[in-house]
Write a protein of this length. Sequence first.
Length: 150
Amino acid sequence: MAQVNLVLLDDVENLGLAGESVHVAAGYARNYLLPRGLAAKATPAVMRQLEARRSKIEERRRQELEAAQALAEKLAAMEISIAAQAAADDQLFGSVTARNIAEKLAENGVTLEHTRIKLDPPIKTLGSYTVEIKLHHAVTAELKVWVVRG
């Protein structure tokens, strides 16, 4: 397979941070990274531009980390309750998914993408659960979720 050498212009989860040089498959570069402006071909001009932007990139990273840590503290202190219909043996009719948790968090004033909530497998019984939420590549929060009969 053909590999392409690119420089990341923005942080890409599971690939690298802005300013890093990466080798990726040609199709991944052509179909995902380049059209979205997440990477550029590694040329001397692009490297000079990145060096000029390096302080801004570092400042943005620091701010994102601080915001993620503050949100993690807020989520750790929070408990949410999701009402669901269940049978007599506490088995749910359906399941509680990451989308349900994200919607409940939005009702409580915390806007979060459902893809950040790591819930594997979905919740299928009544009870108390601790759900992991990945806020930043270096920050993970835990949220207490109660699934009650509704």
